[in-house]
Design a protein around this ligand. Sequence first.
Ligand SMILES: *[C@@H]1O[C@H](CO)[C@@H](O)[C@H](O)[C@H]1NC(C)=O
Ligand SMILES: *[C@@H]1O[C@H](CO)[C@@H](O)[C@H](O)[C@H]1NC(C)=O
Ligand SMILES: *[C@@H]1O[C@H](CO)[C@@H](O)[C@H](O)[C@H]1NC(C)=O
Ligand SMILES: *[C@@H]1O[C@H](CO)[C@@H](O)[C@H](O)[C@H]1NC(C)=O
Length: 325
Amino acid sequence: FQYRCLVFPPVNFTLTVSALAQVLLQWKPNPNQEQKNYTIRYDVKILSPVPEEYDTEKTHSIQTAALHNGFSAHVRTLLLHNDLQIRSDWVKEKLPPPPGAPETSVTNLSCVTRISISSTVSLHCTWLPGQEAPEDTKYFLFYRYEMYTEECQDYIKDKWNRNTECRFSVTHIDPEEVDNLIVIHINGSSKYAAIKPFQRLFNQNAIEKVNVPRNVTVFLEQNDLLVTWEKPISPFPKECFEYEFYLFNLKSGNKQILKIPTNDFRLRIDVTSRYSIQIRANHHICCTRGFWSDWSEIIYVGKNDMFLSLVNAITLLKKAQQPNC
Ligand SMILES: *[C@@H]1O[C@H](CO)[C@@H](O)[C@H](O)[C@H]1NC(C)=O
Ligand SMILES: *[C@@H]1O[C@H](CO)[C@@H](O)[C@H](O)[C@H]1NC(C)=O
Ligand SMILES: *[C@@H]1O[C@H](CO)[C@@H](O)[C@H](O)[C@H]1NC(C)=O
Ligand SMILES: *[C@@H]1O[C@H](CO)[C@@H](O)[C@H](O)[C@H]1NC(C)=O
């Protein structure tokens, strides 16, 4: 009981926006707090936008969060002595939401990244103007990746000349990172109203449009169809990928989609039928699933195969051209 009087709340608790969608929480030990044989730690409680609680021995902490509805946090001193844990009162602080009516913010923001053959990452975002945004509203998009922030230079406009789409053909996004965050910040200006900014955090792997599987090769071995392919362009190893295999029987109209965890596949087919084959890819073992790749180009196989007929025709022609001996 006597220890209760020995624990004082921290002082000078401040919240500072240190980057887009990033808050630095800082405080100081209470000057009345005796630094004896006790262990002093701090309980941090984030109330909004996303509740979280943790404790730390440091007197600062960095949080990443969408800040368009403000930010609010509490901190208190935690004294540990032998088996005792004694806590001070909470100290509270908040950041107010930025000005502007909520309906002036953009809505329906979605973003997609793609990895090029040279391992650079492009970013493409689309959004809708807020319902209450005046017609003269101009929106500006920024992305932050770790400590790097950049404004869009390549906007696409709607019929009222408002920016509703943005492309970065090259970004600082590291394609080899797993589950890093991409911060998107869209603010705006208008002569008639304050435009409320909007922020969203995306997991970089979750918004990647995966590249198409490469070099799809098809063989027929008696009644079996053998298909092999290469993983899509990606820094992740081939073990990270899964595939969907689309098989369409043109004779019966039967469609099948099979999930395949490897780069090859063997399937008994009806050799009197003709099939079309397509494959698409996604990663998921090494990181969060992204958007499925596009389907690979259609490959036809089986009876009436135009290519096989052509090969046969050429072979026959060659045979016919062979000199008589
Ligand atoms: C602090 O710990 C030391 C060594 O364990 C002990 O000698 C000393 O009396 C303690 N002081 C207080 C104020 O508890
Ligand atoms: C925008 O999002 C809302 C809510 O998620 C949805 O109902 C609406 O269909 C979307 N609008 C467009 C044009 O995508
Ligand atoms: C939009 O946000 C950026 C980045 O924080 C800031 O530099 C800029 O002044 C803001 N623009 C408006 C119109 O609020
Ligand atoms: C795909 O096939 C081409 C031609 O055979 C070859 O040069 C290329 O290296 C192959 N690509 C992959 C990813 O195996």
